[in-house]
Design a protein around this ligand. Structure first.
Ligand code: NAD
Length: 544
């Protein structure tokens, strides 16, 4: 039934609950954590709406208590990837033909289910599986997930409303078809919200999707998959395929029906998959859309005019929340020489006060890093900085993997602005600071702009308006998301559309209509109401 011009309910950002002592949400969350810990899950693939168990399994461990296993998940191989492609193609025609508001309703219902009935489940599973505190899980697995699910339908409506001009006797229409084929979504471990958005955004626009979640996030991502189904997502629209990225990608990227790639993860993996797509180009029926949000080496530039206390708070939250495992996390810090002592001392004092431990203890600000590989990589950076001679550890620096993958929040002060920890993405709780000569701000801006190949997020801490303006101009290409007097993390759907350029991605701005535009292929339809009845033009009637 579509005899009406329907409008999506005006979305508002989901309120962030506090989880303070004695609050009902805290009681419910603690109960849910214990329920999940007492249960062992056997997580299947979901292909064409059916659970598939391959018998090849891997355990799901808590990063902050790696002896504790939450269950196992089944791994897909190339055969299951081909099954998922078939299921996606089989579901396509009916799903694409469904009126857009019916497709929107599925995701709006999913948002409501997460906001109310499954709030504690989404928070608890993300906490246990990805080692997030209650607050970090809440802003990700509940608030950002539901924001994407409620704002994207509005952007869909706005895109469909874009229509061309008409003149007398004709009607021009734009229809926004889904891509011809299926979309491949590959998601990272660090945000349940990204795991939700990458398959659901193309699906909302009428596409069907093969979704490969990150191995370290299968647990919370499976909860999402079940909620989509509970919300009424038809079988085959999104197919859930945990397993080896390499194996699954080989099958997916060699299919002639591959039409779009929605990726978030490391720059290295994105580049290698883009090359694989390029080498298969002749096989495909369409030029695939490629959207990738990748790594970052995000900066905070402290101007000499910065306020001490709010800057220190912004640096701590920006660098160490979720153990620095946000693509937007601050990992290089520029301190003006004229205020170096005061900032370095304040940061060292505050960082050493950060509580870290199991996320089930709500007093902790930080949990563990995601796995042993990440732990070893991060420790390597800290050890090399200690041994290098050009740097000293101002705070933290200790790593302990006895019970969980714990890395202390660490501040390295370096004399070399191009040292490896100033340039490379570490993806852990390691912040490297460099003291710059603030008598030459233009040189400082050039240094911030050119130090790393990335361009994701950055923050300018300053109170002087002229200097803020100069920094904004000088650093306009250094980040896709720039913050003034705020931490460089925590972008909110609808308010700070997210994405970076340079080596950080295609900058297609998740959380805005720009991302959704990539999942449609417009067709222009012209209808003539009074078509000419002769092929002859008036100028041909004589030759005088
Ligand atoms: P990752 O690149 O290791 O993995 C991302 C996904 O790719 C996972 O699903 C993984 O299984 C898959 N994958 C890995 N190797 C593959 C291969 N050879 N073929 C096919 N798939 C493969 O990244 P991660 O560790 O999950 O996430 C951290 C990275 O993601 C960081 O670099 C971070 O900056 C980035 N990230 C970026 C954004 C952003 O918006 N720019 C957001 C979140 C994370």
């Amino acid at each position: 039934m579509n005899n009406g011009i329907f409008h999506i309910p005006a979305p508002v950002n989901e309120p962030v609950l506090g989880y303070g002592p004695g609050s009902p949400e805290r009681t419910a969350l603690k109960k849910e954590i214990e329920r999940l810990r007492a249960t062992q899950l056997d997580i299947p693939l979901v292909i064409g709406g059916k659970e598939v168990r391959t018998g090849k399994t891997a355990p799901i461990r808590r990063p902050d208590a790696h002896g504790e296993v939450l269950g196992v998940y089944h791994l897909a191989g190339e055969a299951e990837a081909r099954m998922a492609i078939e299921a996606a193609l089989a579901a396509k025609a009916e799903w694409a033909a469904l009126p857009w508001e019916e497709r929107a309703a599925v995701f709006l219902r999913a948002a409501e289910l997460i906001s109310v009935r499954h709030r504690a489940l989404m928070d608890a599973s993300t906490m246990l599986c990805q080692s997030k505190t209650a607050h970090q899980a809440e802003i990700d697995a509940v608030c950002e997930v539901t924001d994407f699910l409620r704002f994207n339908p509005l952007y869909m409506e706005q895109i469909y409303a874009q229509q061309p001009e008409n003149t007398k006797g004709e009607w021009n229409r734009s229809a926004y078809r889904p891509l011809e084929g299926f979309v491949y979504a590959v998601t990272p471990f660090n945000f349940t919200s990204i795991a939700s958005n990458l398959p659901s955004a193309p699906a909302m626009m009428g596409n069907t999707v093969v979704w490969k979640p990150a191995s370290n996030a299968v647990y919370s991502n499976y909860m999402l998959m079940k909620i989509y189904m509970e919300a009424g997502l038809p079988a085959g629209v999104i197919n859930f395929l945990p397993g080896s990225g390499g194996l699954i990608s080989n099958a997916v990227l060699s299919s002639p029906d591959f039409a779009g790639f929605h990726f978030t993860g490391s720059t290295e993996v994105f580049r290698s998959l883009w090359k694989q797509i390029a080498s298969n180009l002749e096989r495909y029926r369409v030029y695939p859309r490629i959207v990738g949000e990748t790594g970052g080496k995000d900066f905070i530039l402290i101007d000499p005019s910065a306020d001490l206390h709010s800057t220190v708070a912004g640096v701590l939250r920006g660098a160490f929340e979720y153990q620095g495992q946000k693509c937007s996390a601050a990992s290089r810090l520029y301190i003006p020489a004229s205020r170096a002592k005061e900032f370095t001392e304040a940061l060292a004092e505050e960082i050493s006060a950060i509580p870290m431990g199991e996320i089930t203890d709500f007093r902790n600000f930080m949990g563990a890093v995601i796995d042993e590989t990440a732990f070893d990589t991060i420790r390597g950076y800290i050890e090399r900085a200690k041994a290098g001679g050009h740097a000293r550890i101002v705070a933290g620096g200790t790593c302990d993997k006895t019970r969980g993958w714990f890395v202390e929040p660490t501040l390295i002060l370096t004399e070399d602005p191009h040292s490896e920890s100033m340039v490379n993405e570490i993806f852990g709780p390691v912040l490297t600071a460099y003291v710059y000569d603030d008598r030459d701000m233009e040189a400082a801006y050039r240094l911030v702009d050119s130090t790393s190949p990335y361009g994701l997020t950055g923050a300018i801490m300053a109170t002087d308006r002229q200097r803020i303006n100069r920094a904004l101009i000088a650093l306009q290409n250094a980040a896709g998301n720039l913050y003034i007097n705020d931490k460089p993390t925590g972008a909110v759907v609808g308010r700070q559309p997210f994405g970076g350029a340079r080596a950080s991605g295609t900058n297609d701005k998740a959380g805005s209509y720009l991302n959704l535009l990539r999942w449609v292929s417009a067709v222009a339809i012209k209808e003539s109401f009074a078509p000419p009845s002769s092929w002859r033009y008036p100028f041909m009637t004589g030759n005088d």
